[in-house]
Design a binder for this molecule. Structure first.
Ligand code: KG4
Ligand code: ZN
Length: 333
């Protein structure tokens, strides 16, 4: 079964063709990141205009790369939330037009669930039930996933998402945007134990996250230096900050896995590209006898292959949408 996936929830315009939920025939991603850099974050209006301008070219490229005609496609899968309302509307409108004109079904996809499905698109894949962590620029969510259709939200970011904290700390250290990759590179040269930034574990039984206090602690640390921080100090600050994020995420994940008595853990989203996070998660969870699954690097960031893949699984289980599908910018599960 050939599925066309469409992803336009934020700043990536992405179209992909995937066979039977796993075999990626094409995975085209065009990002408007370069247009947002000078603003230090994604500007919704700019992201939306970019989708309008690019979507038909991205679709044509995905078709060309896969060597398929529109008439060969069996199902359209598109992200309907969460995300930027205008941006989501572009992808969903294209999905409806294709579904109607080709006379094929349409599956509306939750972007967060698709991030976790990315880990299924490889030889070694997770088994249900599992605990899933989605960590991106806009989200930090812990889920308990019983099967493709049964999701329970265990915890959520109460303020800044983990990726957002990386982006804001990079701004404080004047390292540019997006912050994750550059903080990670800088942290490799630093000593994480030189500075002790706070870890917000919240109430004892809470699986929620809070990273804004950590970000503020970095801000105050930098402000309280007598002189502007030097390039020699930045690696230690980056390393100490990254370690605090990793510690917090890992503690909550372990707590959730024990609570739900699962043997599998799955991670997804842009922050999962972080090597230190992967290393500590794998080590700490393996010690608890829990198997750990990460998507391959190119499927960590926003893409439409994970969308097409999950669409196939939902279709097999009868969970499809129709032309009344509406965008859901604040979609939870
Ligand atoms: O999933 P994604 O591509 O887009 C959203 O849905 O938000 O995630 C982007 C986020 C950004 O905040 C970026 O700074 C972060 O992922 N990120 C990283 C790394 N690479 C990207 N954070 C930490 N370490 C990285 N290596
Ligand atoms: Zn995402």
């Amino acid at each position: 079964m050939l599925v066309l996936g469409i992803e336009t929830s934020c700043d990536e315009t992405a179209v992909s063709l995937v066979e039977n939920g796993k075999k990626i025939l094409s995975n085209v991603v065009s990002s408007s990141l370069h247009l947002h850099k000078k603003y230090g974050g994604v500007v919704p209006e700019i992201a939306t205009r970019y989708h309008v301008e690019l979507i038909s070219y991205v679709l044509a490229e995905a078709q060309g790369e896969a060597g398929v005609k529109l008439a060969d496609i069996d199902l359209i899968a598109a992200v309907y939330g969460p995300g930027l309302v205008g941006a989501l509307l572009i992808g969903i409108s294209l999905a409806k037009v294709l579904s109607l004109s080709l006379g094929i079904p349409l599956a509306g996809i939750n972007h967060l669930q698709a991030h976790l499905y990315a880990a299924f698109m490889q030889k070694r894949y997770p088994h249900f039930p599992f605990v899933g962590l989605v960590v991106s620029g806009g989200h930090t969510n812990l889920f308990y996933v019983k099967d493709y259709l049964i999701w329970e939200m265990l915890g959520v970011a109460r303020d800044d998402a983990a990726g957002e904290a990386f982006d804001k700390v990079a701004k404080i250290l004047e390292l540019g945007y997006p912050g994750g990759p550059v903080i990670e590179r800088m942290a490799r040269k630093g000593d994480p134990d030189k500075i002790n930034f706070p870890r917000a574990y919240l109430e004892q039984d809470s699986l929620d996250f809070s990273f804004s206090g950590l970000k503020t602690a970095v801000l105050y640390y930098v402000r309280d230096q007598k002189k502007p921080v030097t390039s020699n100090q930045k690696p230690d600050i980056a390393a100490a900050f990254q370690e605090a994020v990793v510690d917090t995420l890992v503690e909550k994940v372990i707590k959730a896995c024990i609570l739900k008595k699962v043997k599998s853990f799955v991670a997804g989203g842009g922050v999962v590209a972080n090597q230190r996070l992967r290393k500590v998660l794998a080590k700490r969870l393996n010690e608890q006898g829990i198997n750990v699954y990460f998507p391959e690097f190119k499927l960590c960031q926003d893409n439409a292959a994970m969308v097409a893949g999950l669409g196939y699984q939902l279709y097999l289980r009868g969970a499809i949408s129709n032309l009344n599908l509406e965008v859901a910018p604040n979609l939870k599960i």
